[in-house]
Design a protein around this ligand. Sequence first.
Ligand code: PMP
Length: 394
Amino acid sequence: MFKHVEPFPGDPILTLNEQFGADPRPNKVNLSIGVYLNDAGKMPAMRAVLAAETALAADLGTRPYLPMEGNAAYRKAVGALTFGDAVPAERIAVAQTLGGSGALKVGGDFIARYFPQATVWVSDPTWDNHHSIFMGCGLKVKKYRYFDAATGLVDFMGMLSALEAMPAGDVVLLHACCHNPTGADLDAQQWREVAALVKRRGLLPFFDMAYQGFGKGVDEDAFPIRHFAAEGIPLFTATSFSKNFSLYGERCGSLSVVCADAQQADNVLGQLKATIRRNYSNPPTHGARIIARVLGDDALCADWRAELEGMRLRVATMRQNLYAALRDRMPDGNFEYLVRQTGMFSYTGLTPEEVASMRAESAVYLVGSGRLCIAALTDATIAPTADAMARVLK
Ligand code: PMP
């Protein structure tokens, strides 16, 4: 029966991670997968998360199914965290989802049903799974100009002319902050220009915010979403709490849709529920209970924000330190991009061959595209990473 089923080649990033696990070299450095590690090279368990979980453990109760749209307290808190007071809550349909990936999938299914003619435009490059998820929803996916390899920053003029040429009603996927894989973000003024263009051209923005708090700060990173919403632009937002709560495996995310009025938001939420029912019926309980408790308690929320700010600053320090280490080794090299990009990743411009050589000769693992996870660097791994990069670049 299954003779025609071809082998799965594996996900490029997850496969690299498996290779890293099997690599016997003791000095190996994994900068491929997108996770935040602390100074000790460990994935943190955040203080507020542990406190909330300990309190919950004393009062677990039963575990009935959640409603299709998820935990009500979680949905309310997530709406407030994402939108601040940019738009009244009754105009936003918020559904709890299985991580940010689940939000993209539920949003993609909704678009395929209600905007079947729309093409989804994603930045070139983008997180590979954007292509797979939206194509899996039966949608057409195309790329828009985004990255300028010469500067390591956004090709803003190229992006504007690409947006200008998109047919009205098409969906444009925008990384709210900490662009994955490049680390190249728009500034506030550029976001205002994009918002004006999107509004004038009648495009439908779909924000992906997987790294809130790792760019400029929790509220600063939500600026584009809040600005678009305040401008009266209907939009989708996929939020992930995998990184900023360090709760990867709990699969916590949400899909928010900003609508023109409360009636539309009600209808949209109803159809999101129908989409969720068709996919997996309802989301899991545990992670949402933790996050609702942290965000709903002033002291826990303040502690979460403080710890996240520390994580953000640690990543910024790692950027500076890698930059300095590379300048020491190659004073004529151009590594400015490292300190001008933001978030957990940098696009180094290293070729697939150079990346392969770093892996083979130095046991330093980057993604083949040249993406380096700054958030996985530690004081101990800066020097070997800089050595490996300098060796292939010299
Ligand atoms: N969007 C982007 C840009 C991401 O980088 C990721 C995670 N790597 C996701 C969405 C998915 O997040 P999650 O792991 O919560 O599904």
